[in-house]
Ligand binder design. Structure first.
Ligand SMILES: [Mg+2]
Length: 118
């Protein structure tokens, strides 16, 4: 068990894979599992959206809802990360590669935007 968090995406993906193999014994690799994991991810993204909507000074949830907490947001982000790691593993993709690619893409977009402003 890791108490202080994980800063390494490769380690996180490995831990998620190991734990999933021990917990979800009926999950077998294949297209159906991909669909199931994607559906679960959508559900968790919805839970994250609800937690964020109720959170702190950015709160936009219903006035009668109790305010959200940092712990709820952390829990839901963790659920999203876990399912994302499982989907990455199923598709033989490294989370670290995906993270690197999105940073490169965003840096490129920023450079193009800066060029457009000159
Ligand atoms: Mg959740």
């Amino acid at each position: 068990m890791i108490n202080g968090g994980i800063d390494n995406l490769g380690l996180f993906q490995f831990e998620a894979k190991e734990l999933a193999a021990q917990i979800f014994l009926n999950d077998k690799p294949g297209k159906i599992l991909g669909d199931q994991l994607t559906a679960r991810l959508c559900e968790e993204v919805g839970e994250l959206a609800r937690a964020v909507r109720r959170f702190g000074c950015h709160r936009i949830g219903h006035p009668d809802e109790k305010p959200g907490t940092t712990d709820e947001v952390i829990d839901e982000i963790g659920d999203v990360l876990f399912l994302t790691a499982r989907i990455a593993e199923l598709c033989d993709v490294k989370l670290s590669e995906a993270a690197g690619k999105v940073i490169i893409k965003l840096e490129q977009r920023m450079r193009e935007r800066q060029k457009g402003c000159t």
